[in-house]
Design a protein around this ligand. Sequence first.
Ligand code: SF4
Length: 91
Amino acid sequence: MTERLIDRKMSAKATGPPSLPRQAWNLASALAGFVADGCRTVTAEEYRRRLEVCDACGERRGDRCLKCGCRLSLKARGRAFRCPLGKWEEL
Ligand code: SF4
């Protein structure tokens, strides 16, 4: 609950990626999920579809997602990784 409130306040002001501590937390959480999922990756087609969604998203800046701070070329590969806005289809 508190975490959501902080995120909401931060996103209202945000014009760039999250703070470094937040990025570190996001990365650690995502990696824990990736390892728990057996380090499985998506198919080439799923990877392409994810990046197409990112292409049309206002949070994308180059290879970076401004919402979570992750590198999209890596994040889109892990089956357990999720779009922070829920825009990627569930696998
Ligand atoms: S991961 Fe989600 S929020 Fe980030 S750029 Fe892609 S579609 Fe947008």
